[in-house]
Design a protein around this ligand. Structure first.
Ligand code: MN
Length: 419
């Protein structure tokens, strides 16, 4: 099996710099997309560092999971060593051939995605490590609400944040005619899966398909950096004859360029097609965008009324209801002054909690906020009274066997008393 890939990356229509990056190494048969984050170009350093460390590690024969772990260490060390790079991180979604040779394997951390494209349909292979995905898994948000959630870009796992990282490894059995799409969230937040599938169905060349995907995301607003990497099994007499490729080439003419809202054509010159088709594309891209805005308005309103967040106010940790700064006329209200102070957290060196609250710790519901505060209070209690406090967890009661009786009686649980 041999894989072929094409990719495109673009800064988008809104951002100043491109913190995304991709890797195509034909010799190693290694492919990856990384979406960096961090101020002042640190995000670019993070994604580039991760990709290079991944490549170097795989080049020495390391397995994919270990190689992603090595990439994490490289970013983490660089971030720790340089004040200007502190706090940088990156997603990494990478594809390689399993050493056994029979299947592909994906290594994944963060909210970039891998899709399997089979028979013209898109199936998401990876799970987003993001706040909204966790809320969806917990049943607190619908997938539709998650798509337009104002905090959908908050990720819960990334490379470079901690010395250790948990890597998702996903084996993928590939068939002739299948493709794999690796992409950053700048693509998936701008385009629906069906739009992505349509483009991939129509364009047989992986590199041109990647270009068209990036252009379509720009045409839909390009609110973030956009990266698309399309991988396919090399045509060995099987791949390419089946399914999507022939259907795409035979059934429909090559796609018209998307609406050139700004000037992507200037960056990537290509053939222009007839005016009629261009208008068709405009309608095709505008309608979903209008629908998305409609849903977004509803979701934002819902969030503005149901969300909670923690912030420091005059040294105190305060729980607010609503969205920081207010949204669409809904202003946040003070729900609880917790009695916990910054001074107290600093004294206990609760750096993670301070960081989280400094950057506005948010919750989907009051119950979530209360659960967090309970954990925090318990942590404080244990830290302040390390020797005298009994951790109030479930205590197994002793079992007593009554002489002569046949059954074992369980004594009811009583709260633990002091030592
Ligand atoms: Mn992004």
């Amino acid at each position: 099996m041999r894989l072929l890939a094409g990719a495109a990356t673009d800064v988008g229509m809104v951002r100043e710099g491109n913190e995304d990056g991709f890797l195509i190494d034909d010799r190693l048969q290694l492919f990856a997309v990384a979406d960096g984050m961090g101020g002042h170009q640190a995000g670019e350093v993070a994604s580039a560092t991760a990709l290079e460390a991944l490549r170097a590690s795989v080049a020495t024969g390391t397995g994919l999971e270990q190689a992603v772990t090595a990439a994490n260490a490289a970013v983490f060390e660089k971030a720790s060593a340089d004040e200007a790079l502190r706090g940088m991180g990156t997603t990494l979604t990478t594809l390689s051939i399993d050493p056994a040779g029979a299947e592909l394997v994906i290594g994944h951390v963060g909210d970039s995605r891998a899709y399997l494209v089979r028979d013209g349909d898109l199936r998401q292979i990876t799970e987003d490590h993001s706040l909204v995905e966790e809320l969806v898994r917990e049943g607190r948000l619908t997938p539709e609400q998650a798509d337009v959630h104002p905090q959908r870009s908050i990720i819960t796992r990334a490379l470079g944040i901690d010395a250790a990282v948990s890597v998702d490894l996903v084996p993928v059995e590939i068939r002739a005619g299948d493709r794999i799409l690796l992409c950053s969230d700048g693509l998936t937040t701008m385009l629906r899966p069906s739009d992505i599938a349509t483009i991939l169905r129509r364009e047989p060349d992986p590199g041109r398909a990647a270009d068209l995907l990036v252009d379509a995301a720009n045409a839909a607003g390009g609110e973030d950096n956009i990266t698309a990497l399309v991988v396919e099994v090399e045509d060995d007499g099987l791949a390419g004859i089946t399914g999507a490729h022939v259907a795409g080439a035979a059934a429909s003419p090559p796609p018209a360029p998307p609406a050139d809202v700004e000037a992507p054509a200037a960056r990537r010159p290509r053939r222009r097609r007839g005016r009629g088709r261009t208008i068709g594309r405009v309608v095709l891209w505008t309608l979903p965008v209008l629908i998305i805005f409609g849903i977004a308005f509803g979701a934002v309103g819902w969030y503005a009324r149901h969300g909670y967040y923690l912030q420091f106010a005059d040294n105190h940790v305060v729980l607010f209801k609503g969205v920081e700064g207010g949204l669409l006329g809904w202003n946040p209200t003070r729900a609880e002054t917790t009695g916990i102070t910054r001074t107290q957290l600093e004294k206990l060196q609760f750096a993670a909690a301070i960081d989280a609250i400094d950057t506005t710790k948010t919750f989907g519901s009051r119950a979530d906020a209360d659960a967090y505060l309970r954990r925090l209070r318990r942590g404080i209690d244990i830290a302040e009274h390390p020797t005298t406090t009994t951790i109030p967890t479930t205590t197994t009661a002793p079992t007593t066997t009554v002489p002569g009786a046949t059954a074992t009686t369980t004594v009811p649980t009583t709260p633990p008393s002091g030592p």
